[in-house]
Design a protein around this ligand. Structure first.
Ligand code: GLP
Length: 259
C-alpha cells in the first residue's frame, strides 16, 4: 500500500516533498518531474526555490498532468499559464523542457497520442506530484476512468466544474472538457506523491487509501503502485481508520529509506 505521511500543515508537506525533489535534481540534473496544478501542489513549489539555490536547473524536464480543452493557452487559468507562473518562472526552468498537454481544438484528436509519445521519448516521469479532486479524481481522471487509460480527452463532472469555478469569473466559463494523462500513464511514473489538505478531501483520501480499488474512485489506483506516498494534513487524514499506525510507521522509519 501507499505510505501515508500525516503532517501538521501544508507548509510541512511542501518542505518534505521539496526536499525529495531537490535530492532528485542533485542526483539527476535532467530528471523528469511530473507536475500538477490546482491549489494543492503550491506549497511544494513555494518551498523549492530555497532548496534549489545554486543548482543548475537548465536541464530539468517536466510534464504536466492535464489541461482544459478549448481554453486559450494564454488564458491565465489555462494549465499552461499556471505552470508557467507557478513553476517555470519562479524556478527559472527552461520553458522548452516543460510540457503541458495541448488542449487547443485544432489537433485535439491526436494531442493525447502526441503527449504519450513525448513522455515515452523522455523516458517517463520519475516523481509525479498529484492532488486529488473531491470526487476522487487524479489528473482529470473522473470516476469511471479505466486504470489502463492513457492521455486523452475527458468530460469534467459538474462537481469538478463547480470546484474549479473559483478560478474563473463564473461557472459558465469553466470548460466542459479536458485532456489528461490517463491512470495508466500516471501509474508508469517511478514514484507517486499525492498531497491533500483540508476536510473537503478527507472522504476522497480515505476512499483512495483504505477503500476498494475501483474506477469509481480513480485515486484508488495508487494502491496498485509499488512506490506511492500520500502526504496529508490532519484534516485530510480525519477519515482514515489506521491513522495511528501510519504515524507510528513514519515516526519509526529508518533514515536510509528516504521518502
Ligand atoms: C483539479 C486538477 C487536479 C487537482 C484537483 C484538486 O481540477 N485537475 O490535478 O489535483 O483538481 O484541485 P485542488 O488542488 O485545487 O484542490
Amino acid at each position: 500500500m501507499a505510505e501515508i505521511v500525516i503532517v501538521p500543515d501544508a507548509a510541512a508537506a511542501g518542505a518534505l516533498v521539496a526536499d525529495e525533489i531537490a535530492r532528485l535534481i542533485r542526483r539527476t540534473p535532467d530528471v523528469v518531474l511530473g507536475l500538477a496544478t490546482g491549489s494543492t501542489p503550491v506549497p511544494v513549489y513555494e518551498a523549492l526555490p530555497e532548496r534549489l539555490q545554486g543548482l543548475d536547473l537548465s536541464s530539468v524536464r517536466g510534464f504536466a498532468l492535464d489541461e482544459y480543452v478549448g481554453l486559450d493557452p494564454a488564458h491565465p487559468e489555462s494549465y499552461r499559464s499556471v505552470i508557467a507562473r507557478e513553476v517555470i518562472e519562479p524556478l527559472g526552468l527552461d520553458p522548452a523542457r516543460i510540457r503541458v498537454p495541448d488542449g487547443r481544438l485544432q489537433g485535439i484528436q491526436h494531442a493525447g497520442e502526441d503527449y504519450e509519445a513525448a513522455l515515452g521519448a523522455a523516458g517517463g516521469v520519475e516523481l509525479q506530484l498529484l492532488g486529488i479532486g473531491t470526487d476522487g479524481h487524479i489528473g482529470f481522471n473522473e470516476p469511471g476512468s479505466s486504470f489502463a487509460s492513457l492521455t486523452r480527452v475527458k468530460t469534467l463532472t459538474e462537481q469538478t466544474r463547480s470546484d474549479n469555478a473559483r478560478f474563473f469569473d463564473s461557472i459558465d466559463d469553466v470548460p466542459r472538457h479536458c485532456i489528461t494523462q490517463g491512470l495508466g500513464t500516471i501509474l508508469r511514473a517511478g514514484h507517486l506523491v499525492l498531497l491533500a489538505f483540508g476536510d473537503s478531501k478527507a472522504e476522497a483520501v480515505a476512499g483512495a487509501v483504505e477503500g476498494p480499488v475501483t474506477a469509481s474512485l480513480p485515486a484508488s489506483a495508487i494502491q496498485l503502485h509499488p512506490h506511492a506516498t500520500v502526504v496529508i494534513d490532519e484534516e485530510a487524514a480525519s477519515g482514515l481508520r489506521f491513522a495511528d499506525y501510519y504515524r507510528y510507521t513514519f515516526d519509526n522509519k529508518p533514515e536510509w529509506q528516504g521518502l
